[in-house]
Design a protein around this ligand. Structure first.
Ligand SMILES: NC(=O)c1ccc[n+]([C@@H]2O[C@H](COP(=O)([O-])OP(=O)(O)OC[C@H]3O[C@@H](n4cnc5c(N)ncnc54)[C@H](OP(=O)(O)O)[C@@H]3O)[C@@H](O)[C@H]2O)c1
Length: 184
């Protein structure tokens, strides 16, 4: 393990519906819209302040592209995981090799946290290797009934999930943070 490894190196920060979906059919994330508030970002800015680099899956990248925004992730390097190599642009770096190698490379390159924005498949790719240190999950009081679940039906280990905090917001949103390794 790299000497830069902090207790919380690789962090998930994501929103899901009460029934467990991060997106609906056709990657629709419209259910998030009514939770955007001018004076409340649910800890996102504070979280991003400590983040050096971001990791996303190609499908999440495609979704971001559909928004045609000028800047993504405050210009921080964003690694897009895909089986199909592409040319890097702006702050996007496409990565098609071994996931563990990417993690090692990022540990060498960046001193602080990495943030996996999603989606589910990408989170599972890192979680299966035991690389995720924390899950911060905002649970929205919505039922979607179908779409993309945050977690696969089975196969992820729940050996060590230690609750760091649970916060509730006036609009019914609840945010949970679990650490996957014991606190020192
Ligand atoms: N609610 C939220 O907070 C939130 C946050 C993030 C994303 N989302 C939503 O989640 C949806 C996408 O989630 P998703 O789970 O379907 O897809 P995803 O994880 O974003 O992307 C999946 C793709 O990533 C690549 N990939 C994943 N693991 C890989 C590995 N081990 N090696 C190589 N490539 C790998 C593959 O790309 P290739 O097919 O190119 O090989 C795969 O098809 C989008 O609708 C997005 O908007 C929601």
């Amino acid at each position: 393990m790299n000497s830069n490894h902090s207790p919380e190196k690789l962090a998930v920060f994501i929103a899901q519906t009460l029934d467990g979906y991060i997106a609906g059919l056709d990657n629709d994330i419209g259910f998030l819209d009514k939770y955007y508030q001018e004076n409340e970002d649910y800890g996102y800015s504070r979280f991003m302040h400590d983040v050096d680099a971001i990791i996303i899956g190609r499908k999440t990248f495609d979704k971001l592209q559909s928004f045609q925004m000028q800047h993504y992730y405050e210009g921080k390097p964003c690694y897009v995981i895909t089986h199909t190599p592409r040319t890097n642009f702006q702050n996007f770096i496409f990565y098609s090799q071994d996931i563990q190698q990417l993690y090692n490379l990022m540990c060498d390159k960046y001193k602080r946290k990495f943030y996996i924005d999603g989606g589910a498949e990408t989170i599972a790719s890192f979680h299966k290797l035991g690389l995720i240190d924390s899950f911060t999950i905002s649970i929205l009081p919505e039922f979607l009934g179908n779409g993309i679940k945050l977690f696969p039906p089975s196969g992820l280990s729940s050996d060590q999930l230690n609750l760091e905090y649970c916060k509730q917001f006036d609009n019914g949103l609840i945010q949970l943070k679990y650490l996957t390794k014991p606190k020192n």
